[in-house]
Design a protein around this ligand. Structure first.
Ligand SMILES: [Zn+2]
Length: 381
């Protein structure tokens, strides 16, 4: 591990391993990996290694770099995966790798090299969480791919094979944390993480996403407000589907009106921020119109929650984010917010994106109204 020059409250320990670049998702028409034969230029699958190369680079060379400490990730061991995934599903993945690869639904390709990268992504997220649990750092960021939040205990989905964040959450629980919250700001519903903890009141899963609904057999979840958890976990899965084009102010309003009060009442001992830059104004997979300023604000809000509830302990896990340049900038802004820096370090190269908060505010208010009667964290004492 590199030397740690500044206090753990003022630095972010980034866990990374270049083995994750070996997951090659191919080229075609967007995520299809097929060539229709009539195009002059094909494009890379959106979940490609270039996006992550730029994220690594901006953290190494951008103005935030003095606040970053680099730590090396590692592959997960198979038994570690069984804390979140079923043995049958892991066997299916191992066999798919041994057979030379397999397509798991739309755009989700396990190619040669993908399984090794997946194991590294999972192990790297586990290492980042262990780093915090062992008291070696306060804020750790697992910069990982393939992403994980759609991966369910028994199923691959949405470019994801192993649920990196879910495995890290389970490690925290197994290490004695009694209450863990996940705040997922990827533009897609964090259905896999939600399913993993759907019957638990030890984990509050919160997801802010576009209202995309179910997208097929691999993804039966709708991400709707009535998917609240079951049994002991009823009321501990909070879906916040936001209208297209919500923007910076709408997200800030949703964070302050819905996420902050739920977390205040839940009193987590560990906070996991699950980030995707596909909520940005320029992402090919989403239309939620966050700019760097919005990501910075979310980072600040989450940092404040961590300082108040989890003694500053915060794990950040990377998910989607497909604009090759802007994703890196939005990541930089998010981490600036998490560091609570007094002034922005980096200006936005492509915003301004005009926004109208009115529609998003109405949606947020109606979600709050709905929860008020049935979600224990919102029922007034
Ligand atoms: Zn996404």
């Amino acid at each position: 591990m590199a030397s740690l020059p500044i206090s753990p409250f003022h630095r972010i320990d980034v866990f990374w391993h270049e083995g994750m670049l070996k997951h090659d998702t191919g080229i075609g028409v967007f995520f299809t990996a097929t060539n229709p034969g009539f195009l002059a230029v094909l494009e890379k699958h959106p979940e490609n290694s270039d996006r992550v190369k730029n994220m690594v680079s901006i953290l190494k060379k951008g103005p935030i770099s003095p606040h970053i400490s680099w730590c090396t990730g590692r592959p997960a061991r198979i038994p570690e995966l069984l804390s979140f995934h079923s043995p049958e599903y892991i066997k299916e993945l191992v066999q798919a790798d041994e057979a030379g690869g397999k397509k798991f639904g739309w755009g989700t390709f396990l190619n040669p090299g993908s399984w090794d990268a997946s194991l590294i992504a999972a192990g790297t997220a586990l290492s980042a969480m262990k780093h915090i649990l062992d008291g070696q750092g306060k804020i750790a960021y697992a910069l990982v791919r393939p992403p994980g939040h759609h991966a369910q205990p028994t199923r691959a989905d949405g470019y994801c094979f192993l649920n990196n964040a879910g495995l890290a959450v389970q490690l925290a629980l197994d290490s004695g944390c009694r209450r863990v919250v996940t705040i997922d700001i990827d533009v897609h519903n964090g259905n896999g993480t939600a399913e993993g903890f759907y019957r638990s009141d030890n984990v509050l899963t919160i997801s802010l996403h576009m209202n995309h609904g179910s997208w097929g057999p691999s993804h039966p979840h709708r991400g709707s407000i009535d998917e609240l958890g079951e049994g002991q976990g009823l009321g501990f899965n909070l879906n916040i589907p936001l209208p297209n084009g919500t923007g910076d102010q709408g997200y800030e309003y949703a964070m302050n009106e819905l996420v902050v009060p739920a977390i205040q009442k839940f009193e987590p001992e560990m906070i996991v921020l699950i980030i995707g830059q596909d909520s940005s104004a320029f992402d090919p997979n989403g239309r939620q119109c966050l700019t760097m300023e919005g990501y910075r604000k979310i980072g600040q809000i989450v940092r404040k929650l961590a300082d108040k509830h989890s003694d500053g302990c915060l794990l950040i896990v990377q998910e989607g984010g497909y604009h090759i340049t802007y994703s890196a900038y939005c990541l930089h802004a998010t981490l600036e917010g998490v560091l609570n820096l007094p002034l922005p370090l980096l200006s936005d190269p492509i915003a301004y994106y005009p926004e109208d908060k009115a529609v998003a505010s109405k949606v947020v208010d109606s979600i709050k109204q709905y929860w008020k009667d049935i979600v224990p964290l919102f029922v007034e004492d």
